[in-house]
Design a protein around this ligand. Sequence first.
Ligand code: A3P
Length: 302
Amino acid sequence: MSRSSNLEPPKVKPPRPQLKPIHGVPLPEWLADNWAKVEHFQAKPDDVLIVTYPKAGTTWIQQIVDLINCNGDAELSKRGPIDVKIPFLEIFAEGFATGVEMIEKMPSPRFIKTHLPIQLVPKSFWEKDCKMIVLARNSKDNLVSYFHFHRMNYALPEAGTWLQFLQKFVNGQVAWGFWYDHAKGWWEAKNKHRILFLFYEDMKEKPSREILKVAKFLDKVLEEDVIEKVVELSSFAVMKDDPMVNYSTLPSTIFDQTISCFMRKGEVGDWKNHFTVAQHEAFEEDYERKMRDSSIKFRDVL
Ligand code: A3P
């Protein structure tokens, strides 16, 4: 399995993209310019959509889903990179097959990744009543992870300084828009559609419990030893060294992992190493204002 395309991946780092709004949500221009292809994507009834805000643990939940589908078989799960087995709906990267092209060639049932806020999800996913697995992560760790990801990912705008990035995040001037709207929108929808809503912090606390929830949602019955294998193979330590999930197979002109590793820390509470006391107070006050109309509750320490 490969990210096949007739074109060559870039040999030098491309210029950083601008953000362009689509229905008011800032998206990287490579996506905004191809928006019609995403909007008109045709889902199938047995498609399963995996939804996250960027850096909420997407690759982790993708790996868990793939391992469940492989019944914990490590060899089978190594048949290809995670972004080929579970393509990213809205990716359009120079030199690679697009997410839409990859998905259209896949046999069913298809598992598909997206970062889209609920209002931008292609209509056919709702018409076909597809299952969706949403994974959310507390805003501060999510922000920290997104900051470091901007530093190393040339398909996103420059991170700027920590303070500049913090301000952009709070003001929703980052790719895929406001974290707050993303979390609230999906939380609100979870009881109205076939949605399993998970938290990164719960997965850290007791992965086997959350893996069982995913298996049940996908109508899979896992033996005890299989659950143990899925826990082990989806642990941070194993995934960090697994080229099928750590994105080391992507050229450094896209992900420069000498700047920051894709599998960076995988912890709850790393925000404490980034926020000053004053930044934290201001962030919390703003958070309270933005989130007070939602019942969603996150933990930012374990
Ligand atoms: P950090 O930058 O905080 O380390 P995404 O896949 O959405 O891009 O998210 C990446 C984040 O999830 C990174 O967070 C990464 O380390 C973390 N992550 C990936 N696999 C993980 C795992 N098995 N356990 C815990 N965290 C994981």
